[in-house]
Design a protein around this ligand. Structure first.
Ligand code: FUL
Length: 496
């Protein structure tokens, strides 16, 4: 039972004119399951679902694919968009699914303003493409249909900055009202089940643009006000309720680099690679990274990174309480090159081999502290391995340190420890340690110095390296929660 004490301020006027504190009312909130109180902030349901997507693809395809550019200036003639085949998002998504990705975001309008769907807002779109394949292109449509067929999540990248539009940055609200918001609305209508809309932060600066023929440089002062973000968020959510508005929308944050890593300490509050424990708003990090060596868009002669390099990125993002959006650019045929498809398959195999078999399954697991059970809930360590993200291990209120012991019947080769907090109740763990032992009496600390936050998911390489794969022989392993903002909660633990 939780007791909440209310101090009522009686607004009685006393002779000196001051209000008095008066009568104290105690209210007892029912808590039959003895659940720990949340530590704020906590994620919304939409943010939780988003974080569970974990690993998904980015597909940069558009006018730049045909002009060998990374940023166009908006003056590109529409007929330069001329794919040699009808673009095939089903092939893109099928390929990334083999790597274990759960979804993808397709760029449907980059900064050059060229739209990959038949929009009513501009003539600068596939409707005026250079060939039939181009005119037949409707990426939001074919991408969302393929994603649903493949059981994957999907969303769109739509650049707020538009170098083609004469309205952008013209000192009026014309761009937002006549172009940008209507475009977002058109896109939202391609599926109420979208999981994320990606709004790039790049705006103006020293990049010269076409701007409807006016040409020159334009800037805006405050993106949030200019793009009417609260209205955008409400409009998209009214159609696609679980669509996280990334970037400008403040529902998920850019991690602060495009190199594919998050901090080992990484809070789902605050900004940048490490977040900040003391910020009041939930805004978990997403890492955007390129899987190829030339750019976000396809360029002749490019090659994908190796599966090992991509695996390292995975460990340093998904393994550090962030999501990973990994870019694979379709080429001028509108398909992913075969070299990319191959490396995606190799990455999938590597992830399966290294993180696919949980050794906790045949271990004995105990804890030095376990929260008292409630009427319909227990907090036993068994909850860590029951494959149910709604059950969790926890300690009693006021108990902020505890050890989880894992013991095998014989010596095993261990590589990684994976932990997941029950973040519905907030991100709580500040520091933990991992030790292994061959005999149960002499212990060696592993991955020292890096074991701070956990969050949604943390994967710790026991050899302390995200670059090399080597095991540790042990019969015993223990994880000690050393410091937590309140009693710790974990819903899953695995050892690979
Ligand atoms: C950046 C853009 O300017 C790049 O072109 C790319 O789209 C990347 C994902 O975001 O801000």
């Amino acid at each position: 039972m939780k007791k909440i004490v209310f101090y009522l301020v009686a607004m009685l006027s006393f002779s000196n004119g001051h209000a008095a504190i008066g009568p104290i009312v105690e209210e007892t909130l029912p808590n039959p399951d003895n659940e720990p109180a949340p530590v704020h902030p906590v994620p919304s349901q939409r943010q939780l679902l988003w974080q569970e997507t974990e690993f998904y693809a980015f597909f940069h395809f558009g006018m730049n694919t045909f002009t060998n550019a990374e940023w166009g200036d908006g003056s590109e003639a529409e007929n330069r968009f001329a794919p040699t085949k009808v673009p095939n998002p089903r092939q893109w998504l099928t390929a990334v699914k083999t790597a274990g990705m759960k979804g993808g975001i397709a760029v449907v309008k980059h900064h050059d303003g060229f739209c990959l769907w038949p929009t009513a807002t501009t003539t600068h779109s596939i409707m005026n493409a250079g060939n039939e394949n181009g005119r037949y292109t409707n990426i939001p449509d074919s991408f969302s249909v393929a994603a649903r067929d493949l059981g994957m999540k999907y969303g769109f990248y739509v650049s707020p900055w538009d170098l083609n539009s004469g309205y952008w940055g013209d000192g009026t609200s014309n761009y937002v009202n006549k172009v940008f918001l209507p475009q977002c609305l058109e896109l939202a209508k391609y599926g109420s089940d979208q999981f994320e809309m990606w709004f790039d932060g790049a705006t103006g600066g020293d990049h010269s643009g076409y701007y409807g023929g006016a040409r020159g440089m334009r800037t805006i002062s405050d993106a949030s006000t200019y793009y009417d973000i609260p209205n955008l968020r409400d409009t998209v959510h009214s159609i696609a309720p679980n669509c996280v508005i990334w970037g400008v929308g403040d529902e998920a944050r850019w991690i602060g680099n495009e190199a594919g890593w998050a901090g080992e300490t990484n809070w789902a509050m605050g900004s940048g690679e490490s977040g900040n424990e003391h910020q009041w708003k939930w805004c978990a990090g997403e890492c955007d990274a390129k899987a190829t060596d030339k750019g976000w868009f396809w360029h002749s002669g490019e090659s994908p990174k190796t599966a090992q390099a991509l695996f390292k990125i995975y460990l340093e993002t998904v393994g550090r309480n962030a999501t990973l959006i990994l870019n694979f650019p379709p080429d001028q045929s509108g398909e992913l090159p075969q070299a990319d498809v191959k490396v995606l398959g190799e990455l999938g195999t590597m992830l399966q081999q290294r993180l696919g078999t949980d050794l906790m399954a045949d271990a004995t697991v105990t804890a030095t502290a376990t929260r008292a059970a409630g009427a319909a809930r227990t907090y036993e360590v068994d909850n860590l391995t029951d494959n149910n993200k709604d059950t969790y291990w926890a300690t009693d209120d006021g108990v902020h340190t505890a050890t989880i012991n894992v013991e095998w019947e014989e010596v095993r080769t261990l590589h990684y420890v994976m932990l997941m907090e029950y973040i519905r109740l907030g991100q709580r763990i500040r520091e933990f340690s991992i030790e292994t032992s061959l005999d149960g009496s002499s212990w060696t600390k592993r991955a020292t110095g890096s074991t701070t936050t956990v969050g949604y998911k943390r994967i710790v390489p026991l050899n302390g390296s995200t670059s090399t794969y080597s095991g540790i022989s042990a019969r015993y392993l223990r994880v000690t929660i050393e410091d937590s903002r309140s009693c710790p909660t974990l819903h899953t633990m695995a050892v690979y």
